[in-house]
Design a protein around this ligand. Sequence first.
Ligand code: ATP
Ligand code: MG
Length: 559
Amino acid sequence: MSEEIKPVNFVRQIIDDDIRTGRHQEIVTRFPPEPNGYLHIGHCKSIWLNFGIKDDYRGRCTLRFDDTNPLKESQKFASMIEEDIRWLGYEWTTLAHASDYFEQLYDYAVHLIREGLAFVDSQSSEQIREQRGTLTEPGTDSPFRTRAVEENLSLFKRMRNGEFADGEHVLRAKIDMASPNINLRDPVLYRIRHHAHQRTGDRWCIYPMYDFAHGQGDAIEGVTHSLCTLEFEDHRALYDWFIEHLPVPSRPRQIEFSRLNLNYTVMSKRLLTRLVELGHVDGWDDPRMPTISGLRRRGYTPASLRNFIASVGITRKPNVIEMGLLEKCVREDLDPTAPRAMAVLRPLKVVIENYPEGASEVIEAPRHPHKTDLGTRQLVFSREIFVERSDYLDDPPKGYFRLAPGREVRLRHAYVIRCTEVVRDEQGEPVELRCQYDPETGRGQAPDGRKVKGIIHWVSANHSVRAQVRLYDRLFSVPDPLSDRDRDFLEALNPHSLECLKECRLETSLGQADRDTRYQFERVGYFFQDAQSAPDALVFNRIVSLRDTWMRKSGQSPN
Ligand code: ATP
Ligand code: MG
């Protein structure tokens, strides 16, 4: 799915050049997730880039699962990744797995051994690590580096046949232990892992390293532009070395771009896994998680995520994006179409003393202020209503135009009321307001000669439905939870990231709320039914508040 305005970025400029010069007729990209967790919003950037290019250039894009480490991967994660990509609005041309190429990769490894470019190392992983050297010092050759080709071939075959235990041997490339690029210091290509694989079962007990599988996978698939994040820049020389020394069918070009980073959250699957496993969140799809499934459950739309990535753009410059930009994108997507509704989150009862007991009236209100095709919904007005607790103050400061003793306010879509008396509990807290309404002020009519500035939302006490509303705040209380190296990132969790309001009252039209509709609760924010919501136990998630109030409130829990 392409956005309305075709994006311009340095990657697309390279592709345009390649087409213009005739280097490529068809553009082929791929998205290569490891099925060891759920996708997060960072992955969106790569998805948007790779699948967007496929769509706009009528090319091909493979979804290739990088399933080279059976210890951490699962089919469950793979299925969720597929669902997330489709939900974002993209479709792959082919579905592939690194494991589809295990036999071919094995043959490539044998090829390198025969050429004298790979050897079986029988040292422990610690010994190998110690010999690697540092950024300033060269590494040391393995004592097994000079093994004869025939011996290497035989040992590698026996590794495959399961004759050795995990860690007894590895296969390494023979490149240059003195290379300034550590990735070229005889990297490990294969390791022994007696562990069943989610797709190949017990067929293999040796598995290729990501670095050995990745570039060859690209070449086998005919990927023209292998787009990846900057941390792979230093690996490019290694990928190119493999491509140069192997009889691969094509020569992909790797282009790196900067990762997406967002403040007030973490983005690595390893850290997200910890949040899930330690129970700090309600699973991978907790609406506070930066995962696609979490954002989906919260109510974010696919278009808002695509627009967010489009506005961030693709560059090589590392940066951290404000969470506020993501929130702005979903507001902009929802405002033009989200049906309006009234919901009182922290109810305060109001009795309208001059309204007849037992009487009620129906008010037709537009579902949307501008989109007339959305029609109207029916509100019921009656003697007892609820207003928001924060819409009354005993002692209002200057500029507060809501309820206070003796003050008038307009009820949205209904009458002007005046507060005449306050009923209090033992602590002196207001529990009920007594008011008078002005019958002449219905349907937006102005009161005679009086100025009423404030408009507040309300629901009828006896004509409203109960619901639980979940308000979400940022998952972490600091912009960069990883900045303090002496502190575990878990200590930076925001203790107020979830507030559950259980006594909320919604206008009756929301009793039959459509599960797929995002609503604007007037004056409050945008809301979406949670996965746990049921007709007799409604649960709404706040997607985002109406305006960016967070900076102003500086860390307080939201209203
Ligand atoms: P993580 O560190 O979160 O586990 P990863 O890079 O290990 O991420 P993969 O499943 O290997 O996760 O990622 C698949 C693709 O998504 C890779 O091409 C990777 O470059 C890209 N990707 C991952 N995180 C981001 C990000 N924050 N911004 C942009 N692209 C990303
Ligand atoms: Mg990875």
